[in-house]
Design a protein around this ligand. Structure first.
Ligand code: XMP
Length: 548
């Protein structure tokens, strides 16, 4: 029977209900949903593209969240998602300790889409035949539809390309399922049971190398799951304003601004929610880039936000005296930052909340399930962030967003491009870009003046947004040069420019020679104390992005 009406209805109509309700013949307690939006949950079976699945679904205009596959079934029921997606994963369904798919997750009365490992696990649980193939399929693979591609693949070309990455494959779909497509190495590359609302694809629709991938996801969301909402990052604004108001009540809120996009957007959003209850604190450690503090102060004061600008340069530089090792510098800067921030927080009456610009990638990276509250990324990335012993509750309005979505929210909130599109900048600032020697006022001045030239030229060349980061480094060595008629003995400046998606890996950017020439000329001519410019052509790994 292939009656589309037999597809389980999405629970959307019943959303917003609290109390007790019967789901799948079991009586469960429902907690109030966080919001009334439609959402899709993606269960992570360990695939390298799992995050990307969630992003693509969001790009289709449906809110999606990634959860570990071990998450309690009860939690999923309570969330009342409109559909489930089971991600790929590196394991074989037959290997010891392979991530398990609980059959009850296929009985929630909502459509389920299994991708790669997710499909194999589904097929196996339901009695189909999954076996190891002699050769797996990796990379671009031709895909051929069976008949008209069934419900999931309807309307797509009979022959198309897809991206595969698997060794096991499905030889027979489970009873009651129809095979929808095949590839040279996968007798069943897609299958469905419309009646049960279960769908599987062996290939990866989330990667760009599957040209019809987004269309397939969109079909699953709109045609199969019947979703009608149009979610966009901007819808987070209204949603979070309500949540922040409810969380904070009439309590005081504090936010440390770093000049970076995350803290800026978080602060602007919280300000929309609670206005003057929010005080922002910019701890200026004297290690910021040229005019950076002024730009932040101006932007936020113009918006009518309360902002305390603490110029703590002298304190930081005094404590940094004699420090030459990277970890020592980081430690000093981190500790001092917390001290200054705490002093400011104590001066404010009734501060009970701390705004943090935690992003979704931070939450996922730390293995968080999106709701436990305390995870933070790699320790050194926390410098300039949360004072851990400050007894404040966290307000994290960006916790559900990816970086590009945060930028969209920032723009929607009216923050200037200069802030919204700012490249990442480390908490310890220029302090870790003066390498192999002490951080002094003179060296900071040189580095700042060189850095601003690089930024100006990179922007003028239209490359600023394409680069993950572009900055200058000052190694504390001096070399001989000849300037005018005289001998110089001065510092080199190293240009570091990288492309990256997430800073975990990075490649050195192939900056045009004429741009490099302009930057080099200008730095040597305009910045006294520099007589050489070098270019860092190392990727990460084995190098890191920052030098210290
Ligand atoms: P590395 O140098 O480890 O840097 O390749 C990866 C990314 O992290 C940034 N970074 C920091 N950010 N505090 C921060 O807030 C830090 O101490 C810190 N160290 C590195 C770096 O700029 C890059 O984007």
């Amino acid at each position: 029977m292939t009656d589309p009406a037999a597809v389980p209805a999405t629970p959307t109509a019943a959303r917003g209900v609290t109390g007790t309700e019967t789901v799948s013949d079991e009586t469960v307690e429902l907690r109030p949903p966080e919001t009334a939006r439609e959402e899709v949950l993606v269960l992570d079976f360990g695939g390298q593209y799992s995050q990307l699945i969630a992003r693509r679904i969001r790009e289709c205009g449906v809110f999606a969240e990634l959860l570990p596959h071990t998450i309690d079934s009860e939690h999923i029921r309570e969330r009342r998602p409109a559909a489930l997606v089971l991600s790929g994963g590196p394991a074989s369904v037959y290997s010891d300790g392979a991530p398990e798919l609980r059959p009850e997750l296929l009985e929630l009365g909502i459509p389920v889409l299994g991708i790669c490992y997710g499909m194999q696990a589904m097929v196996r649980v339901l009695g189909g035949r999954v076996e190891g193939a002699e050769a797996g399929e990796f990379g671009r693979t031709p895909l051929e539809l069976v008949d008209d591609g069934g419900r999931l693949l309807a309307g797509l070309p009979k022959e198309q390309q897809c991206w595969m990455s698997h060794r096991d494959c499905v030889f027979e779909p489970p009873p009651g399922f129809t095979a929808l497509a095949s590839s040279p190495g996968s007798p069943v590359a897609a299958c469905e049971s419309i009646e049960r609302g279960l769908y599987g694809i062996q290939f990866h629709p989330e990667v760009v190398h599957t040209p019809y991938g987004t269309e397939i996801l969109d079909r699953f969301l709109r045609e199969v799951a019947g979703l009608t909402d149009r979610w966009s990052p901007a819808s987070v604004i209204t949603e979070q304003i309500e949540r922040v108001k409810a969380q904070v009540g009439d309590g005081g809120v504090i936010c440390g601004l770093s000049g970076g996009v995350d803290s800026a957007v978080a602060a602007a959003l919280v300000h929309r929610a609670v206005g003057d209850q929010l005080t922002c604190v910019l701890v200026d450690h004297g290690l910021l880039r040229k005019n950076e503090a002024e730009q932040v102060v101006e932007t936020f004061r113009d918006r009518g936000m309360k902002l305390i600008h603490v110029d703590a340069t002298d304190r930081f530089l005094a404590r940094l005296e004699g420090a030459t090792e990277p970890e020592e510098k980081r430690k000093i800067i981190g500790e001092e930052f917390i001290r200054v921030f705490e002093e400011e927080a104590e001066k404010l009456p009734d501060v009970r909340f701390l705004v943090q610009g935690t992003l979704y990638s931070d939450v996922i990276e730390s293995g968080g399930d999106g709701r436990s509250g305390a995870e933070v990324i790699k320790s050194h990335h926390n410098v300039g962030g949360l004072p851990e012993d400050l007894d404040l509750d966290l307000v994290e309005p960006l916790r559900m967003l990816f970086k590009d979505e945060v930028r969209a929210v920032g723009t929607e909130l009216g923050l200037p491009d200069r802030i919204v599109w700012r490249q990442p900048f480390p908490g310890p600032g220029l302090g870790i870009r003066i390498v192999g020697g002490e951080v002094t006022r003179e060296r900071l001045e040189i580095l700042r003046n060189a850095d601003v030239i690089l930024q100006e030229e990179v922007r003028a060349a239209g490359l600023y947004r394409e680069l993950w980061q572009s900055f200058c480094v000052l190694p504390v060595v001096r070399s001989v040069g000849v300037q005018g008629d005289g001998r110089s003995y001065a510092y080199p400046i190293v240009i570091r420019a990288v492309t990256s998606d997430d800073a975990m890996t990075a490649d050195w950017a192939r900056l045009p020679y004429d741009l490099l020439e302009r930057v080099s000329n200008r730095i040597i001519n305009e910045v006294s104390g520099v007589n050489r410019v070098a270019l860092d052509v190392s990727s990460k790994p084995p190098a890191t992005i920052e030098w210290e």
